[in-house]
Design a protein around this ligand. Structure first.
Ligand code: ZN
Ligand code: ZN
Length: 330
C-alpha cells in the first residue's frame, strides 16, 4: 500500500519466515477481490494494518518452508491462503463451526500481509488443501468461490426450489453454478446482458434484466425460496423483496453499507428470513475443493501480472471488471 487510492508500490522485501505452526507458501497466483478495493480506498482498514501492508487474500501456491511443530504439511504440497489467516479458536462461534463469524479473526491482506506478493505466511491449520488444476482457476475460489458457497449454504438451497441470484459478477456466477448443482431452478438477475448470457450458460434457467421496474414486474411463476444478493448496491433491494416467496430466505452476501427500507409488517405477513454470510469456514473450503476436483467450476478469469494490480483495483472500483482478475506469478 502506498496511500489510500494510490497505485500500489512494487518493492523488494526479505522473504518472510514461518513461525511455529505456520507455513511459507510460494505463490503461483492470487485473485483480486472487491474487498481489496475497500481496503485500498481506506473504507475498511484494520487497526493496526498489516506490516508490511500487502493486500490480497486469494492466494494459491506451493509450500516451501515449514515452521516449528508443523507435521501435516510437506514441502511441495499445494496450499491456498484465503481470507481467514486464523481465528481465536476458543469462542463459542469457533467452537460451533462458525469460525467465519469469530470477532477475533485475522485476515490476509487486512490484519496480516496478504497475497499480492511472491510469498505469504499462512497458518498450517487454516491453509487450504488444493486439488489438481490450474492455479488461476483455483485462486478465485479462495474468497469469491468460498463466499458464494457459504451464501448458498446459508440460503439452504434445496433440490426443486427456486433460487434468485442478484448480481452475476464473479461471486454470483459461482453461486449460479452451485445452486444449479444443488438442483435448484436458478433465476439470475443483472443489469449487464452479457453477464446474463454467461449466467444462462452456467446453469441459470431464467435471466432477468435488473431494471428499475423489476420489483413490480417480477414474474409470479419465479417466486424464489431463496434470494441471494451479490450486487454491491441498495438498488436491488426492492426487487429482492418482490422475488422472495412467503417463508423464503434472503441472504446478504455483497457488502452494502447504506441502509435499505424494511417494513416490519412485511416480515409479519411473509415470514421471510433475512440473514447474511461472510466468506466460509474451513469445512466449507474442504467441500468446495472436493466439488472443484469432481467437476471444476467455470470462471471468467482475466490473467494479469503484479504490475497490473493497481489497474485491476481501479477497474473493480469503477465497476468495469469483466471477469475475475488473477495475478500470475512467474
Ligand atoms: Zn475477498
Ligand atoms: Zn473465535
Amino acid at each position: 500500500m502506498n496511500g489510500f487510492g494510490q497505485p500500489l508500490r512494487l518493492v523488494d522485501l526479505p522473504v518472510p519466515q514461518p513461525g511455529p505452526g505456520e507455513i511459507l507458501i510460494k505463490l503461483l497466483a492470487s485473485g483480486v477481490c472487491h474487498s481489496d478495493v475497500h481496503v485500498w480506498m481506506g473504507e475498511s482498514v484494520a487497526n493496526p494494518p498489516p506490516d508490511p501492508f500487502i493486500l490480497g487474500h486469494e492466494g494459491v501456491g506451493v509450500v516451501v518452508a515449514l515452521g516449528d511443530g508443523v507435521t501435516d504439511w510437506k514441502i511441495g504440497d499445494r496450499a491456498g491462503a484465503a481470507w481467514l489467516h486464523d481465528t481465536c479458536g476458543v469462542c463459542d462461534l469457533c467452537r460451533s463451526g462458525n469460525e467465519s463469524f469469530c470477532a477475533n479473526q485475522r485476515a490476509h491482506g487486512y490484519h496480516v500481509p496478504g497475497t499480492f506478493a511472491e510469498y505469504v505466511v499462512a497458518k498450517a491449520a487454516f491453509a487450504a488443501r488444493l486439488p489438481a488444476g490450474d492455479a488461476a482457476d483455483l485462486a478465485p475460489l479462495m474468497c469469491a468461490g468460498l463466499t458464494a458457497f457459504g451464501a448458498v449454504e446459508r440460503a439452504a438451497v434445496r433440490h426443486g426450489e427456486t433460487c434468485a441470484i442478484f448480481g452475476c459478477g464473479g461471486l454470483g456466477l459461482y453461486a449460479v453454478q452451485m445452486a444449479a448443482r444443488r438442483g435448484a431452478r436458478v433465476v439470475a438477475v443483472d443489469s449487464d446482458p452479457e453477464k446474463l448470457k454467461i449466467a444462462a450458460r452456467m446453469g441459470a434457467a431464467v435471466t432477468l434484466h435488473s431494471s428499475s421496474d423489476l420489483a413490480d414486474s417480477w414474474p409470479a411463476s419465479e417466486q424464489a425460496h431463496a434470494t441471494i444478493n451479490f450486487a454491491p448496491t441498495t438498488r436491488t433491494w426492492d426487487a429482492m423483496r418482490s422475488a422472495t416467496r412467503p417463508l423464503g430466505r434472503i441472504v446478504a452476501a455483497a457488502m452494502v453499507s447504506e441502509p435499505v427500507p424494511l417494513v416490519q409488517e412485511w416480515l409479519t405477513w411473509t415470514g421471510v428470513t433475512i440473514t447474511g454470510t461472510s466468506v466460509g469456514t474451513r469445512v466449507q473450503m474442504d467441500e468446495l475443493m472436493k466439488m472443484q476436483a469432481d467437476t471444476p467450476f467455470q470462471g471468467e478469469i482475466e490473467r494479469i501480472t503484479l504490475e497490473d494490480v493497481s489497474g485491476a483495483l481501479q477497474a473493480l472500483h469503477d465497476g468495469k471488471a469483466k471477469g475475475r482478475y488473477c495475478v500470475i506469478y512467474a
